[in-house]
Ligand binder design. Structure first.
Ligand code: GLN
Length: 307
């Protein structure tokens, strides 16, 4: 199917998932996320040859939350290469994203970079390299989108910090095993700021386009990751990117993807396009309910997936 069909497909998807956008439950662990209304839906497809297709609330910014983990992993991979995996696994966890249980018997080595413990190690890698890892992250997101007006939501960041006992527990446990180098509060502060960044579907899809283009930013020709490193990150997205539902997601959607509790999911159609969908109502695993269905419809209607 040619890329010019994407607009029609997005509109069909938006109409079909509309009832679902009112279902699910918005993340309510902090007030700023609890107040986001149900009923929102946006989706954007960016092709590696420079086309953008969007529908609904694709230009409205929302909290990227755990989608930040994809970009911090890219930054850490750029710094350490495969050495990164000495501190971090790459297996699905089979547990909720904020679970502590595996950390104890796996000697402080998180199962993968997309659960919170893994993202904290990734942030620690960045904290060892940058004076303020969160600023380096913001600059990376600005560079990927070509936009200077990408910001933290400081209200969200402060609420995240104020309610970060669980993440702090993980960080301390990992530090006790020697798998966190920087002070816990530095790592937590940076992690909470990364999660608080607000971006739209169009902006996130654009930021992730280099991964769909095997590591090279199509607009500038800049290579951010080797083909092999890009493949590896995409593989971890497929197996670990949607929390405890990654198996079901691969089964239903068939694309590497990373979700966040703000209701966003970013997915890759390797060699062709990046896709970002947003709808804040979440399912029981913390993935966007309408967003997951929208991606499922996308691969069904286009006949495209990685399989
Ligand atoms: N800020 C959230 C947390 O650390 C991110 C969770 C998520 O999107 N899965 O709990």
């Amino acid at each position: 199917m040619a890329t010019y069909d994407y607009q029609n497909i997005l509109e069909t998807i938006a109409a079909e998932v509309s009832p679902l956008t009112w279902q699910g439950k918005v993340a309510d662990y902090i007030p700023a996320l609890a107040s986001v209304p149900l009923g929102k839906f946006g989706m954007s497809v960016q092709t590696v040859d420079g086309q953008t297709f969007s529908v609904g609330d694709a230009e409205e910014r929302f909290s990227i939350q755990s989608m930040s983990k994809l970009f911090t992993l890219t930054m850490a991979f750029r710094l350490l290469g495969d050495e990164l995996w000495q501190r971090l696994g790459r297996e699905p966890s089979g547990n909720p994203f904020n679970s502590l249980v595996q950390l104890e018997y796996e000697q402080g080595k998180p199962r993968n970079p997309f659960i919170n413990a893994g993202a904290l190690v990734v942030t620690d890698v960045l904290s060892s390299h940058y004076v303020q890892a969160e600023i380096a992250f913001l600059q990376f997101m600005r560079k990927l989108t070509g936009l200077t007006n990408i910001h933290f939501d400081t209200v969200v960041a402060q609420s995240e910090i104020a309610t970060s006992s669980r993440n702090a527990a993980m960080a301390h446990l990992m530090k006790s095993f020697g798998n966190l180098k920087s002070p816990v509060d530095i790592v937590l502060n940076s992690y909470c700021h990364q999660c608080s960044v607000t971006m739209s579907c169009e902006e996130i899809a654009r930021a992730a386009l280099f991964l769909a283009n095997h590591g090279e930013v199509p607009m500038s020709g800049e290579r951010l990751l080797s083909v092999s490193a890009s493949k590896r990150i995409s593989a971890v997205m497929l197996t670990c990117g949607t929390y405890d539902a990654a198996g079901d997601f691969a089964f239903r959607v068939g694309l590497p993807a990373k979700s966040g509790v703000g209701g966003g999911i970013v997915a890759l159609l390797p060699g062709e396009a990046s896709i970002c969908v947003w709808s804040p109502g979440l399912d029981e695993n913390g993935n966007s309910l309408a967003g997951g269905k929208a991606l499922e419809l996308f691969t069904t209607l286009t006949g495209r997936s990685i399989f």
